[in-house]
Design a protein around this ligand. Structure first.
Ligand code: IMP
Ligand code: MG
Length: 178
């Protein structure tokens, strides 16, 4: 593992090797589940891009990829609950098996909003996959079909997760100093 490029790191939660191994395991589950399906991964910009590409590389089934962007006040420091689509998908999802790919499910407001919105567009199926699940902060109940790691109630960076738009490119997941 490369040395921390970030002075504000408290501790590394999952090393790059651990992340890679776990992503491979979850990708195998997803490949099995959608073997006879029509899978489309939908990434939420910008945080889930890093996880989505790592996951997609490990799938052994055909897959389409599309992205949307949201503006949200439901981050760790803000008031939760207000989400809207700032950049929509390029293509229709009608008849497709949609897997919404998130970096982290925290309160759950973002994922619930997106799942409800996309479900209204006639996909064959829709499910949620996340790199991180921080269950202690969940406000709305959600079914997360595929989870890489559950984490405690601490702010984390790396693998797509940012602090003020920085540190998304770290290969490991780290807890920031309070
Ligand atoms: P939710 O709607 O509360 O589930 O919000 C999830 C969103 O908040 C994620 O997509 C992240 O953009 C952001 N977020 C929540 N926790 C963290 C964290 O620990 N580090 C970085 N971003 C976070
Ligand atoms: Mg963010």
């Amino acid at each position: 593992m490369r040395p921390p490029a970030v002075p504000a790191i408290d501790r590394v939660l999952f090393t790059e090797a651990q992340v890679h191994a776990r992503v491979k395991e979850v990708a195998a589950q997803i490949s099995e589940h959608y073997r006879n399906g029509n899978l489309k991964l939908i990434g939420v910009l910008k945080g889930s891009v890093f996880f989505l590409t790592a996951l997609a590389r490990e799938l052994d089934i055909p897959v389409k990829v599309d992205f949307l962007a949201i503006s949200s006040f439901s981050n760790h420091s803000g008031a939760p609950g207000v989400v809207r689509i700032a950049k929509d998908l390029d293509d229709s999802i009608e008849g497709e098996d949609v897997l919404l790919v998130e970096d982290i499910v925290d309160t759950g407001f973002t994922a619930r909003y997106l799942l409800q919105t996309l479900a209204g567009r006639g996909p064959n199926s829709i499910a949620l996959c996340t790199l991180l699940d921080r269950k202690p902060r969940r406000i709305v109940s959600l079914n997360v079909a595929f989870t890489c790691f559950e984490i405690p109630d601490r702010f984390v960076i790396g693998c797509g997760l940012d602090y003020k738009q920085l540190y998304r490119n770290l290969g490991y997941i780290a807890v920031m100093q309070p």
